[in-house]
Design a protein around this ligand. Structure first.
Ligand code: NDP
Ligand code: MG
Length: 392
């Protein structure tokens, strides 16, 4: 039986993964090694019972007692804390879903690769903060990384059987998020509730807000560079309001291989689960005649400063990705907490990048785990300071 673990099982990607695993036979078909979650202990316990997991871990120490009580008498091992999540990732598994949100997903992903697991990677922050380290760890341990972000899964599928040297460019699409049709001047006043609803995709709150600001697409552009090893000049973003074409691979003969599908993450998750095979998935079949038209336009960099910053981060290299992601996470907390406005998030991130590139030289440092985690802390600190300045 295939041994699997899911990190971030209680989240949006995690639940979709559990859904596919359950449909494919659940505990009868898979040996579930570990499930991790955060504060939603009740749901984690339910998943652990249903899938008969060996171990359930909450990332937060103060949730331990609730999880232990919820699983009392089941024989399922219970643990809590960030170290316990990483320890769970060292337990031998064949297939591991990395779907924790934020930089907290990096270490469990690395641990899973070190024990040779195939890593289904939804946690794009791992590639943005430490792409070279993650890919090298996979190579060193002959482990496979499969992209789960929909655009990256689409590119991956477009490259099957192709010579990477024949790739000229890669286009990823963006729905444009909640505010794509708003007048730019109104964006500064966008509320948390408005930013938290996505026109096409049903996702976790943080990535939904990141879609409205295009910080999500900014992370994804960097993710393309790190995963597929292409030059930043080869990566393009198109606003595509229908979210039907997820990505396009352009080849040196002018052919463009577009990947289409309904906006349902179970496609990309299922592809990674069944890879290298294709198997039936419970996703909507598109009726293109009914959809009628697909629209594409170039993104307006004034509306989406995050996208401009992504190209600057790639040009800088080194630890710029780690700084960018951490500053973005802190700025997002600031917006969620009501401390700063929607457009201030990019202002905060840009200030942090400016500050760090002038005083440390972000690109003169090796991308080791210690350096990445250290930069993560420094950038969060600077972002906190920048938020205070904006609030004053
Ligand atoms: P959610 O917020 O829905 O879920 C996040 C998961 O991580 C939950 O299980 C949560 O636990 C857990 N978690 C939260 N904080 C921590 C922490 N500090 N340490 C460990 N675990 C924690 O996120 P999504 O599922 O939307 O996104 C997960 C990842 O997948 C992100 O990297 C995102 O960018 C990426 N992704 C998501 C897509 C989507 O459609 N949702 C699409 C493409 C990529 P709990 O809820 O129990 O507190
Ligand atoms: Mg995506």
């Amino acid at each position: 039986m295939r041994r699997i673990s899911i990190f971030g099982a209680t989240g949006s990607i995690g639940e979709n993964t559990v859904d596919l695993i359950t449909r494919a036979g659940g505990a009868e078909a898979f040996d579930v090694v570990a499930l991790s979650g955060g504060r939603n202990v009740a749901r984690l316990a339910e998943q652990a019972r249903e899938l008969r997991a060996d171990l359930a871990v909450t990332a937060f120490d103060d949730c331990y007692a609730d999880l232990r009580d919820a699983l009392a008498g089941t024989g399922i091992e219970v643990a809590a804390g960030a170290d316990a999540v990483s320890e769970a990732a060292t337990r031998s598994a064949d297939w591991v879903m990395s779907s924790i949100v934020g930089a907290a997903g990096l270490l469990p992903g690395l641990k899973a690769l070190e024990q040779g697991a195939t890593l289904a990677l939804a946690n794009k922050e791992s590639l943005v903060t430490a792409g070279p380290l993650l890919m090298q760890t996979a190579a060193d341990h002959k482990a496979t990384v499969l992209p789960v972000d929909s655009e990256h899964s689409a590119i991956f599928q477009g490259l099957v059987g192709e010579d990477p040297a024949a790739v000229e460019r890669i286009v990823i699409t963006a729905s444009g998020g909640a505010f794509r049709d708003w007048p730019i001047d109104d964006l500064a006043n966008a509320t948390l509730a408005q930013a938290s609803s996505h026109p096409n995709w049903d996702m976790g709150q943080r990535i939904t807000i990141d879609s409205a600001s295009m910080f999500n697409k900014a992370l994804e552009v960097i993710e393309v560079k790190e995963f597929f090893g292409v030059h930043p000049d080869q990566i393009e973003v198109l606003v595509h309001p229908e979210s039907i074409v997820h990505a396009i691979v352009g080849f040196n003969d002018g052919a463009m291989m577009a990947h289409m599908g309904a906006p349902d993450m179970r496609h990309a998750i299922g592809y990674a689960l069944n890879w290298p095979d294709r198997r039936g998935l419970p996703v909507e079949r598109l009726d293109l005649a009914r959809i009628g038209a697909l629209n594409f336009r170039a993104p307006d960099m004034r509306r989406y400063p995050a996208l401009r910053l992504a190209y600057e981060v790639m040009a800088t290299g080194g630890l710029a990705g780690a700084a960018f992601n951490a500053a973005k996470e802190r700025a997002l907390d600031g917006f969620i907490d009501g401390d700063i406005g929607f457009m201030d998030m990019a202002v905060v991130v840009e200030r942090v990048l400016d500050m760090l590139s002038s005083d440390t030289g972000l690109n003169n440092v090796d991308i080791t785990l210690d350096n990445v985690l250290n930069m993560d802390q420094i950038a969060r600190q600077h972002a906190g300071d920048a938020i205070k300045t904006l609030m004053a």
